[in-house]
Ligand binder design. Structure first.
Ligand code: 5AD
Ligand code: FES
Length: 365
């Protein structure tokens, strides 16, 4: 116990410290979670912001070995919402006082996709008088494309690095020019340089992954100076190549617990960034996202994708909320969040305070 208290008292953690923190159990685990909850309360408040998540297309040109919507999976119906459906969904978010929407899809790069998203960004800004914040999560793109979208009104971008150890990255992606670790890294750098609030993250409990890898992930987030983070447990999907390792994974409950520990340690390391309570947590524990909010996360992305499409955006098995409507998700989340002594902040963007501080070159007071 003394050791953990000593580590938690430090201003900065080493790789070994982080591995110790990720290994805690019993009272030490309670202490870690208490410290991260206090950190959230001090720097963010007992608050939570929504990003209405619109999964507007599951068409993907990539073949990540873990992902249910990979190009090589022919076992699902591909869809692409039309522009009017996307605009109606964004209006739902605005009418319900969600501060922001997040547009997410499979990865496609083409002039048509670029122009389409640019046009949608203008339309969403127009329909909300510029008031709806917009996060994009549509994968790797050329710098010029990222720039155009930034100018059209997207101000946050999520691109999970998935694994920061290049050798692990190469085990969970095909070995070809469409899946280069270096490109993913350089995309993140470009996003940050353009001025996006830049978010990344990893999956936890992947085959071959070690605690040392996870500690490296947290150090990467700190050194890269990210503004936002989304980390969730890896959950196998029957129609993906990685399913062959299903027997070697840690039990789901352990992946869940390790994800909570990653969130807690990151909150203590990066006090004022935005941390998402990932939907995948809820695939393991019905109140998984709320547990993450209690120990440090401050963002939830309620799914507002029109109901009939949801079942086809199955990144992993047992994905929650695929049978619900946007209204169901809001009511359900409000009821559950009310149990956590956390205020849902409506009508505000909920930008990462870290971003402002980073841009102004300020230290935490
Ligand atoms: N389990 C958990 N998360 C997954 N993702 C993709 N496939 C899985 C899976 N099998 C995550 C990736 C991606 C995000 C949109 O979903 O981290 O970046
Ligand atoms: Fe979708 Fe509960 S969050 S039904």
């Amino acid at each position: 116990m003394a050791d953990i208290e000593k580590i938690l008292g430090k201003g900065s953690f080493t790789r070994e410290d982080i591995i110790s923190l990720l290994s805690v159990n019993g009272e030490e685990r309670t202490l870690l979670f208490r410290r991260s909850a206090e950190t959230k309360e001090k720097y963010i408040g007992k608050k939570l912001w929504f990003r209405g998540l619109i999964e507007f297309s599951n068409i993907c040109s990539k073949d990540c070995l873990y992902c249910g919507i990979r190009k090589g999976n022919s076992n699902l119906l591909r869809y692409n919402l039309d522009d009017e459906e996307i605009i109606t969904t964004a209006r739902f978010a605005y009418d319900n006082s969600y501060g922001s929407v997040a547009l997410q899809s499979g990865e496609l790069e083409s002039p048509i996709v670029t122009a389409r998203i640019e046009n949608l960004l203008h339309r969403i800004k127009d329909l909300s008088d510029g008031k709806l914040g917009i996060t994009l999560s549509v994968g790797e793109q050329e710098p010029e494309v990222y720039r155009r979208w930034f100018e059209a009104g997207a101000h946050r971008y999520l691109l999970r690095i998935e694994a920061t150890n290049e050798s692990l990255y190469s085990k969970i992606h095909p070995d070809n020019s469409k899946h280069l670790f270096k490109r993913r890294l350089s995309c993140l750098k470009v996003l940050q340089d353009i001025g996006y609030q830049t978010g990344t993250g990893v999956m936890i409990g992947l085959p071959f992954q070690t605690l040392d890898d996870l500690a490296g992930d947290l150090l990467f987030f700190r050194d890269f100076n990210i503004d936002m983070c989304g980390m969730g447990p890896y959950i196998e999907h029957a129609d993906t190549p990685l399913i062959k390792y299903a027997g070697e994974l840690m039990p789901l409950q352990e992946r869940f617990d390790l994800t909570l520990k990653m969130i807690a340690v990151l909150r203590i390391m990066m006090k004022d960034i935005n941390i998402v309570a990932a939907t995948a947590l809820q695939a393991i524990d019905p109140i998984g996202r709320e547990k993450a909010v209690m120990i440090g996360a401050n963002i939830i992305m309620p799914n507002i994708t029109p109901g009939q499409y949801r079942k086809n955006y199955k990144l992993y098995d047992n994905k929650p909320c695929t049978d619900d409507s946007a209204e169901d998700c809001q009511n359900c989340l409000e009821a559950r969040v009310s149990l956590t002594d956390t205020e849902i902040v409506y009508g505000e963007w909920g930008d990462s305070k870290h971003y402002d501080r980073r841009r102004k070159g300020m230290d935490l007071g």
